[in-house]
Design a protein around this ligand. Structure first.
Ligand code: SF4
Length: 59
């Protein structure tokens, strides 16, 4: 784990505790991506499985 910008992983999910927020980047050294579909066809079918909801802000 790391708390610095990973220039290789762009991400705009600021609700995730690993998002840099000040810039659209992830701070993890690596992430795991998966899908919730049996036959994914569009980007919306994929998920960042490393997502963890940010706590302590905005309910
Ligand atoms: S863990 Fe996934 S959702 Fe969270 S900031 Fe990194 S890439 Fe985005």
């Amino acid at each position: 784990m790391s708390d610095s910008k990973n220039s290789c992983i762009r991400c705009t999910v600021s609700q995730c505790q690993f998002n840099m927020v000040t810039e659209d980047y992830c701070t993890l050294r690596s992430i795991s991506v998966g899908t919730h579909e049996a036959d994914p066809k569009v980007p919306e079918c994929t998920d960042c499985n490393s997502f963890v909801k940010r706590t302590g802000c905005c309910g």
